[in-house]
Design a protein around this ligand. Structure first.
Ligand code: GLN
Length: 314
């Protein structure tokens, strides 16, 4: 993601309180945003959003550059631009993010889903291809992105999704209802207290939909950034609990690797997203927990971004 610092153009940018400085047309608004230091795509997407149009409608801007912009719209647009320049993700400003073909509603309660995470979804779909009615678990679901994308592509799957944040689960279940996807959500800290999760699920779910003890696939995009990583400053608008994970960034992955081993069916896989330079460390952690057949997948930039381990069939 772009890491525009809040200093510089944002601080000296257009003053929305002085009407004389307000852009009067679509073209002037885009120009003013660019002069304040905003990326062209962001400037266009935010303007389309303010005009009530889809972010995919950028071609519309070309034919409408001389359209007048009412002062209220101009003022609100410049306010959005300032928030973007101060580091807020565009997805939070427009309230939505496209992920693996789904439109998700997102806000500051959840991590903004990244395109690289679609790699994890694609890998999971490949592994699921030969299975019928597989049971899956997404750990640290956030907005629900991974679980919902898998459920969308595999309507026969029984998909469970867990998060330790009640706020995140509210966002995820709202996305599931809006998209009409029957993912089931659990509140919990990774796979701890599983007996209790099963009892709670049994009390809530209709008969025949008991929370399994073991899954065919467990997927997770956990927090994995080192606590002292300077990159965290650029991500300060997103929940830190979804990003940082101890001194080496691997605290959560260590727990997940150990716990998931006990909740996979024979032949089942654990797939993890991690930092671009953590593939060997994650492979070592999985090997220490007796996973077999460790494999990796690359992200869009060519880094080994996902690592998986499977449990032997017997
Ligand atoms: N990939 C994200 C980033 O570095 C972090 C996501 C995560 O910690 N799970 O911006």
């Amino acid at each position: 993601m772009s890491a525009v610092e809040p200093t510089g153009p944002a601080a000296t940018g257009p003053d929305a309180d002085r009407d004389s400085a307000l852009p009067a047309t679509v073209q002037q608004a885009l120009l003013q945003a660019r002069q304040a230091g905003l990326d062209k795509l962001d400037a266009q997407v935010l303007l389309l959003h303010r005009l009530g149009r889809s972010p995919h409608d950028r071609a519309w801007l070309i034919g409408h550059d001389t359209d007048p912009l009412p002062a209220a719209a101009a003022r609100e647009y410049l306010a959005l631009c300032r928030r973007r320049l101060a580091g807020e993700p565009v997805a939070y400003l427009v309230g939505k993010r496209e992920f693996h073909g789904l439109e998700l509603q997102v806000d500051a309660r959840v991590l903004d889903p990244r395109p690289d995470t679609e790699t994890l979804v694609d890998w999971a779909l490949e592994l699921l291809a030969p299975l019928r009615n597989p049971s899956l678990l997404d750990l640290g679901t956030g907005s629900g992105a991974i679980a919902l994308a898998l459920q969308q592509r595999r309507p026969d799957a029984r998909v469970w999704a867990l998060d330790a944040s009640r706020d995140a689960l509210e966002v995820a279940s709202a996305n599931a209802s809006r998209l009409g996807l029957p993912v089931r959500f659990l509140l919990g800290s990774w796979l701890s207290d599983w007996d209790q999760r099963q009892a709670e699920a049994a009390a809530q779910q209709p008969a025949g939909q008991a929370l399994p003890e073991r899954f065919e696939l467990i997927v997770s995009n956990p927090p994995y950034i080192r606590a002292d990583d300077p990159h965290l400053a650029a991500l300060r608008h997103e929940p830190l609990s979804a990003l940082a994970s101890g001194a080496d960034g691997l605290d959560d992955i260590r727990v997940i690797a150990a716990q998931a081993r006990l909740h996979l069916q024979p032949g089942g896989w654990l797939l993890l997203e991690h930092g671009w330079d953590q593939a060997q460390d994650v492979a070592r952690l999985l090997a220490e927990q007796d996973y077999a057949g460790i494999a990796h997948r690359k992200d869009l930039a060519g880094h080994l971004r996902c690592t998986g381990g499977y449990c032997e069939s017997s």
